[in-house]
Design a protein around this ligand. Structure first.
Ligand code: DX5
Ligand code: ZN
Length: 224
């Protein structure tokens, strides 16, 4: 299965969200990535169910909701009702991660778990069979437009190994500082979903940037 591109609307023009939604719908992008920040788990506040409900009503693609909030189990149901196709919670924000994964599935959504840059892959050893997506943060969460952390590359490989050893269906998503300059490297390491905010919406031609991200070949054929 080819890799997926998930533009993050955090970098879009919020006075014209309808345009950003139409752009993603009409582009080669695969998913919408929506970043929810509570000002406590991360030092920034973004948007919640109310905005997501309106985006989801227009979205014609997978709605990937990334919850950067404390104790996210409290809100799983309401984000599912708002239209999330997949809900990702941070391992660091859940005292009972296994229970929250069950809650997400019970809500009818795909379950994702995100790991901050300092959180080891081993945290997921006992739940990896139950998750649909693993989101490896390649910056510290909270803001768009930050610099990619290069130590993430071996971590993506480790995660891909864990998934293979356990025969898990989970796919790896990378988020933070992803763009045309490093997409091939993260794909080669085992990532399957590229989240990109500023690289897409900060470019002169977002649809073209999405097309280029989709066109990256992680295993280029050697031409003689
Ligand atoms: C960061 C968010 C990201 C953010 C990525 O905390 O989780 O999804 O929008 O933005 P860029 O691609 O600009 O790093
Ligand atoms: Zn995100």
């Amino acid at each position: 299965m080819p890799h997926l591109v998930a533009p993050s609307l955090l970098a879009a023009d919020f006075l014209h969200l309808d345009r950003a939604v139409a752009l993603v719908n009409e582009s080669e992008a695969d998913w919408f990535h929506l970043d929810v920040m509570d000002g406590s788990f991360v030092p920034n506040i973004s948007f919640g169910q109310f905005i997501i409900e309106q985006i989801a009503a227009q979205a014609e693609k997978y709605v990937d909701v990334h919850l950067m909030i404390d104790d996210p189990g409290r809100y799983v149901e309401s984000f599912a009702r708002a239209g999330a196709t997949g809900i990702t919670v941070h391992a660091e924000a859940c005292t009972h991660l296994h229970r929250v994964i069950q809650q997400i599935h019970e809500s009818g959504a795909k379950a994702g778990v995100a790991l901050n840059p300092h959180t080891p892959v081993s945290v997921l050893e006992n739940v990896i069979e139950d998750v649909d997506t693993v989101l490896i943060m390649t910056v510290n969460p909270g803001f768009g437009g930050q610099k990619f952390i290069y130590q993430s590359i071996p971590k993506i490989r480790q995660m891909a190994e864990l998934i293979a050893v356990r025969n898990s269906r989970a796919i790896i998503e990378v988020d933070g500082g992803i763009g045309l300059q490093n997409a091939q490297k993260v794909l080669e390491a085992g990532a399957r979903v590229l989240v990109a905010g500023s690289a897409v919406f900060g470019s002169d031609d977002p649809a073209d940037t999405i097309r280029k991200l989709k066109a990256i070949d992680p295993n280029p054929v050697a031409y003689v």
